[in-house]
Write a protein that binds this ligand. Structure first.
Ligand code: MIG
Length: 773
């Protein structure tokens, strides 16, 4: 297809390589991030995921050898051969990513000698799909694959095949599912501590085959579009994630209240039901910040309206909720009801804001409001209009918007490939924009809320593409109240986190089917550590609020929801750092222990930030579980304070109210006092829970701001540096090292291993506390 190399030229950061038949552009974004672009579909390179890409300096060399062109940066050597074959070496000259040069050899299905019958039934003896874009890389032994956004199955994706085509499939998502609601064309490959990432920025139906077709190669491919992919080097996975989020954006710091517990169901309705739920939380002393309204609050599912029979005075209701410390989040679907006289429909129709068929006639399909039309979110004017509609909800006092059905989902068969969208003057087919439809809706929603409130928008979305993390929190759609789905939620959320989606969660308790006392008890133990902590269930399922079962379940819910609130300042610190380095809240162990092979495939444990290891129970009736403690550190059992050496498997007994939690030795964890919701109490004491076993010195940086506005971006925040040195004396120093926000802590309280202390009662040790606020 490409032919032989003819020559090259350099323009700023781009090396243009002329092949016989086509030109390729290699953009050296940094010493470790390189974009490979071939305009085989369209000349323009217009990413939906990457906005405002900055290339700071051009620092690379290019030479032409006899049969290849070599580009070298400080970290990489890239060799480009005829037919656009690419090999990447690290600076020590080790080949780290090699193009596969052999033929495609799909796996064979035996078909038991029934070839003719098999063919009649639609089975092909070989599994083989043709693509317009097809990039195969050589598979090696001991390769691990992570990322790919929201996927069922396990942490390591080797041997699997996945498809990017945003899909709302209401049946129970099994391990074999190749596609779900989100399409994140990004993955990390690791071999012997050496990791790199690939971001394949193609919005068409894309495929990732990790050695399923043939164990000699893995590939990424798409049914159409350009060759457009980014290679980002590690060698640490952390660096890869940093590179990926440098391109597509990091998760911005959320409002503090969004980190509290959230209660949802399809659907709290009417108003009295909502108020009862709110009251119950306070009566039962179970912290909660947020209640959701699902589709039933709308007037016959017309978006941006209220059913005034069921909700007489939404503003008043929301105010009453506010007085009790609750925020309200409402659902919004993209489908606009076809209905003359309904403002949103009329406006959109008049201005040509809806997608059309190939003849220019407004396209309709069936969703919740019945016959509906689909806003053309590819168009800036339409996005601005949708953004301005957010104000309707914000004026009622709604605190956040939950975008559902934005794959887009449809009940009357899928949207045809050739439905037309107008990307600011350029017509695009549904086939091209399907996977970014939700992304663009989220972008509009984010902008609208930002304009209306000037606060950090809280948007929750079901569909997403790479880069959606800049605009929205994600949840994993319609899971089921089954142990299988609890088990899968852990690797699923870890891979979402590695894919830039730090603010993510699943429906705690499970959405479809009926939860049980034990399942909810275990699920809330995971939920307490997932960034988005929301209990949600479907319309005809059994109730699953924290009190919906027996007293034991209620007590367990209270215990873990309270633990969550205690850890919010620690989580907020992770979010603050994550906005800079792209690292997620919920992390697979290998992210921090890449030199410990035993961590590479741990599916049922995770790190909450760097310092807290969680090993939840994910099976019914399990009274004990094995826990792996990574090497290089000691670990302290959060409940018993027992100290363990790292690099070993231990067995932890797990009665129903115990989720195994281990704190890394040399940790400093800021805590909140008990509260029923964020903002209930002014927190003027900085409480630091310190874990220290051995002699040594360690530090921690703690962040503080107003918890809601964008002023932190203008420097209105505080940073505290905490230094602990344990020798003959335990020295703890707390220093305000950046002073930009006027509300500060005026006291420091120290806990050791979770226990409040006074300076005089530490056994045999002296505590020297120096505080400079
Ligand atoms: O077709 O709004 O995933 O959370 O409760 C179902 C009703 C539509 C799907 C969402 C779910 C929500 C439900 N929605």
């Amino acid at each position: 297809m490409f032919g032989k190399i003819k020559g090259f030229s350099i323009k700023d950061s781009i090396v243009e390589i002329r092949f016989e038949n086509i030109e390729a552009k290699i953009n050296i974004i940094s010493s470790s991030i390189v974009n490979f672009f071939v305009p085989n579909f369209r000349n323009e390179q217009k990413s939906k995921a990457i906005e405002n890409l900055k290339i700071e300096k051009y620092d690379f060399d290019v030479i032409q050898e006899e049969n290849y062109i070599e580009i070298s940066t400080k970290e990489l050597i890239i060799k480009i051969y005829d037919e656009f074959k690419v090999d990447v070496y690290n600076k020590e000259g080790k080949l780290i990513c090699e193009d596969y040069r052999g033929n495609r050899e799909p796996f064979i299905k035996n078909c038991a000698g029934r070839l003719d019958i098999a063919a009649q039934e639609g089975h092909k003896p070989t599994e083989h799909m043709e693509y317009e874009v097809f990039i195969p890389k050589k598979m090696e032994d001991n390769m691990y694959f992570y990322g790919f956004g929201e996927r069922t199955g396990h942490l390591n994706k080797k041997g699997c095949h996945y498809v990017n085509w945003n899909t709302d499939d209401p049946s129970p998502h099994g391990e074999t599912y190749e596609k779900l609601y989100k399409s994140i064309p990004f993955f990390v490959t690791m071999k012997e501590e050496e990791a790199f990432g690939i971001f394949f920025d193609n919005t068409f139906e894309a495929h990732f085959d990790l050695g399923k077709e043939n164990s000699n190669y893995y590939y990424f491919a798409a049914v159409d579009g350009n060759i457009d992919y980014y290679f980002m080097y590690g060698p640490s996975i952390k660096e890869v994630i940093k590179g990926y989020t440098y391109l597509t954006g990091t998760t911005p710091l959320p409002q503090l209240w969004t980190l509290g517990y959230q209660q949802c169901r399809w659907a709290y309705c009417p108003e009295s039901n909502v108020m009862d739920i709110a009251k119950k939380f306070r009566e039962k002393d179970i912290p909660c910040d947020t209640i959701y309204l699902d589709i039933e609050y709308m007037d016959d599912f017309r978006v941006f309206t209220w059913d005034k029979d069921k909700f007489k005075d939404p503003k008043k209701m929301i105010n009453n909720l506010k007085e009790d410390g609750f925020k309200l989040v409402t659902i919004i679907d993209p489908g606009v009801k076809v209905d003359k006289g309904y403002k949103v429909y009329d406006e959109g129709l008049k201005n040509g804001y809806f997608a059309t068929d190939k003849n220019g006639i407004v396209y309709t399909n069936w969703v919740w409001p019945g016959n509906s039309v689909f806003p053309d979110f590819m168009n800036t004017e339409v996005r601005n209009w949708w953004a301005s509609n957010q104000r309707i909800m914000m004026d009622y006092g709604v605190a956040g918007i939950w975008n559902d059905m934005n794959e887009p989902a449809s009940f009357n068969g899928p949207l045809p490939d050739d439905i037309k969208f107008d990307e600011d003057g350029q017509i695009r087919d549904h086939k091209e924009i399907h996977n970014v439809y939700g992304h663009m809706m989220d972008k509009a929603t984010y902008e609208g809320i930002k304009n209306a409130t000037n606060k950090r928008p809280f948007v929750v979305t079901r569909a997403a593409y790479s880069g959606t993390q800049k605009y929205s929190t994600v949840w994993t759609g319609d899971n089921q109240s089954t142990w299988e789905h609890l088990r899968m939620s852990v690797p699923m959320l870890m891979n979402l986190g590695l894919s830039g989606m730090s603010f993510c969660g699943t429906d705690v308790g499970g959405f479809g089917y009926d939860s049980t006392h034990e399942l909810l008890s275990r699920w809330v133990q995971v939920g307490a550590f997932t960034p988005l902590f929301r209990n949600h269930t479907t319309i005809y399922s059994r109730d699953q609020e924290p009190w919906a079962f027996d007293k034991i379940t209620e007590d367990i819910n209270r215990k873990y929801i309270k633990l969550r609130y205690k850890l919010i300042p620690y989580m907020y610190d992770i979010f603050y750092k994550g906005e800079q380095d792209g690292l997620p809240v919920m992390r697979p162990l290998m992210l921090h222990y890449q030199n410990d092979e035993k961590t590479y495939e741990i599916n049922d444990q995770f790190l909450f930030g760097e310092n807290i290891l969680v090993a939840p129970v994910l099976e019914q009736g399990k009274k004990a579980r094995m826990v792996y403690l990574p090497k290089g550190s000691k670990w302290i059992d959060y409940w018993t304070k027992e100290v363990f050496k790292g690099g070993q498997y231990i067995v932890k007994e797990t009665p129903l109210d115990v989720c195994p939690i281990y704190i890394k030795d040399n940790s400093i964890i800021p805590n909140y006092p008990e509260m029923s919701y964020i903002g209930e109490k002014e927190v003027d004491t900085l409480t630091l829970d310190i874990y220290v076993e051995d002699e040594g010195k360690f530090e921690y940086s703690h962040y503080q701001d107003d918890g809601s506005s964008f002023e932190y971006r203008e420097g209105k925040y505080n940073l505290y540096n905490i230094v602990v040195e344990n020798k003959d004396t335990l020295n703890i120093e707390v220093n305000l090292v950046y002073n930009g926000y006027d509300k500060k802590y005026n006291k420091v309280e120290i806990k050791l291993n979770g226990l409040s202390i006074k300076t005089e009662n530490i056994d045999g040790n002296k505590l020297n506390l120096e505080i400079n606020l």
